[in-house]
Design a protein around this ligand. Structure first.
Ligand code: PEP
Ligand code: MG
Length: 584
């Protein structure tokens, strides 16, 4: 029978690149664990079997950790440390032994049940996407132990030059397979912040996650095209599709090389209007890449990543060292550090759950009510500012009084440092994000109160349209092209300019090349985007005049629906920049 050709699946482009090759279906899930009764005389044997499997699993992860140390940045190794700790956790392990003894059931069954309970707690109580992902790290530990209970070995010899297809890939698998020069990863589950996604970006392996049912659609002899840029996968591609993607890949390569040249040049339009294009980053490891992309500085440094990785608030000294390292590395380019934008669940007692965490205790609200934490961070930032390239930005501002109070804390932190004769930049610039509709309405008053403003469209859109930014059920309603969003952005920029203030945008809207001409016409002064987008945004700025962008804006303002606006912007960008590869 002829194989069905050209099956197209859409997922999330987690790590860029296009690859074509045979697939390897990796199965490492133990969903059908049988409940088997054991007799009293077999208890010791069962416990011994589990002990051996735990030891073997620990040794395996330790080996993976050694290997990962050569390939990954420090903070990404913690997943493996945490997995080892779990295997050594006496409370957890003894609990399983006790249940085997009292319930007379097989080790696989009790282990699976204990892990399930643990995951349920994690998923129910934790709201942060990143931390919820950790529930799957636990799954990895479980699968490994069960495999070792059954004395099965890892498929250590995966032939090179295959695309690995799996329901879900654990951090360990993602690292281990990368050693075999595999072509790419395609998984049923996972989002942009899943470990498979984060690690494959670090390892430079093209990856598409969230494909939902790819493991159901393939057979062992399937061939696949994987497009990590657009998040597309084609199973059993026709000759035509293969040629099309080969051409696309070639175009990408040439395009990326040409962009690297222009990204070294400043972002100035043909009619000499100057802009600034800077990077959004979360960890210091990203700085080299941002610099290689031609960044003019850092427009958003998400300091809360330190809290997320550490699991608690870092001390003033820890923060100072981290911020200073970043500021020094970027010097003389400016670095805008955003103070912790954590949600309430990280500082609330664990038995307290907010019904609406996005409308709850978040960002500046926490900082203002936890002065010790806030002052620690402010002193660390001030100390890191000695060379004059640090700016401080507050998240989640919804009233003017929050800004006034936050500035009072900055003054207090300065005074405390002065008393100890510790140097800092006396003219440090202090600004805010506008990402809550009430702050958008007050843009003019806010602009007079601060040194700079950055528009956070990710939250602004969710609060303006009442659409949870992380909820897949309503994700189609999260529309950056909604006329209400465009009008609000225009209003904020106009109000800031009236107050004589320059204005930046660090939400994802600024990183979408089809909005660049629109944002130029609206008068946005600074684009703060993921580092990989910098060359494209710079290229667009360098290739247009403000007048031609104004025509685009005029047309957009005459349209009343998000899809009409999006289609129009896509079409006009494609016409003007036929070489650009736009997101689908
Ligand atoms: C935003 O809300 O647009 C933003 C940049 O902040 P974050 O995505 O970190 O909430
Ligand atoms: Mg935000």
């Amino acid at each position: 029978m002829k194989k069905k050709q050209d099956i197209l699946l859409k997922g999330i482009g987690a790590s860029p690149g296009i690859v074509i090759g045979n697939i390897f279906h990796y199965k490492d899930e133990y969903t059908n664990i049988k409940e088997i009764s054991i007799s009293e005389k077999d208890i010791e044997k069962e416990i011994e079997r589990l002990k051996t499997a735990l030891k073997k699993s620990e040794l395996e992860i330790t080996k993976i950790l050694q290997f990962a140390k050569e390939k990954l940045p420090e903070h990404q190794l913690r997943i493996f440390d945490a997995q080892i700790l779990m295997l050594q956790d006496e409370y957890f392990i003894n609990g399983i032994f006790m249940r085997i003894k009292s319930e007379l059931k097989n080790a696989e069954f009790i282990l699976t049940d204990e892990i399930r309970k643990y995951q349920e707690i994690l998923i129910k109580t934790v709201k942060d996407d990143y931390l919820r992902e950790r529930a799957f790290d636990v799954e990895d530990v479980k699968n490994r132990v069960i495999r070792n209970l059954n004395i099965q070995n890892l498929p250590s010899k995966i032939e090179s030059s295959v695309i690995i297809v799996a329901k879900r890939l654990s951090p360990a698998d993602t690292v281990i397979f990368s050693n075999n020069n595999i072509l790419g990863y395609a998984t049923d589950f996972g989002g942009y912040t899943s470990h498979t996604a984060i690690l494959s970006r670090s390892l430079n392996i093209p990856c598409v996650v969230g494909l939902k049912e790819i493991t159901e659609m393939i057979s062992d002899d399937s061939i696949m095209i994987l497009d990590g840029y657009g998040g597309n996968v084609i199973i059993n591609p026709s000759e035509e599709s293969i040629n099309e993607y080969k051409a696309k890949l070639e175009k990408h390569r040439k395009f990326e090389i040409s962009l690297m040249e222009t990204s070294k040049l400043p972002p100035i339009t043909i009619d000499k209007r100057e802009f600034s294009v800077v990077a959004n980053v979360e960890v210091p490891d990203e700085l080299d890449f941002a610099l290689s992309q031609g960044t003019d500085g850092i427009g958003l440094y998400r300091t809360e990543q330190m809290v997320i990785y550490k699991g608690s608030f870092p001390s003033e000294e820890e923060q100072y060292l981290a911020y200073r390292q970043v500021a020094d590395k970027m010097n003389p380019r400016p670095v805008t550090f955003r103070t912790f934008d954590v949600g309430g669940d990280k500082v609330l007692p664990s038995n307290y759950q907010e019904n609406n965490p996005f409308l709850g205790w978040r960002g500046i609200r926490i900082s203002l009510e936890k002065p010790e934490i806030f002052l620690n961070q402010l002193r660390a930032l001030l100390r890191a500012s000695v060379n004059g390239n640090v700016k401080i930005m507050f998240p989640m501002i919804s009233t003017l009084s929050e800004i006034k109070k936050a500035k009072e804390y900055v003054e207090l932190a300065k005074k405390q440092l002065d008393e100890k004769k510790i140097p800092f930049d006396k003219d440090i610039k202090v600004g805010v994000m506008i990402e809550v509709p009430s702050a958008a309405v007050l843009a003019n008053l806010i602009a007079k109160e601060v040194d700079f403003i950055s528009i956070g469209t990710n939250d602004l859109i969710q609060y303006l349209l009442a659409v949870d930014r992380g909820n897949v059920l309503v994700s189609h309603l999260f529309q950056e092209f909604d006329p209400s969003v465009i009008r609000t952005v225009k209003f904020i920029i106009d109000e800031a300019h009236k107050a004589g203030q320059k204005i930046s945008m660090c939400g994802e809207m600024a990183a979408n090349p089809i909005t660049t001409m629109l944002l130029i016409a609206l008068g946005l002064d600074e684009f703060s985007v993921v580092p990989s987008r910098i060359p494209e945004i710079k290229k667009i700025i360098q290739s247009v005049t403000v007048d031609e962008c104004k025509k685009v804006l005029e047309n957009v303002l005459s349209m009343d629906e998000a899809t009409t606006i999006k289609n129009y912007l896509e079409k006009s960008t494609k016409e003007k920049f036929p070489d650009f590869i736009l997101d689908d």
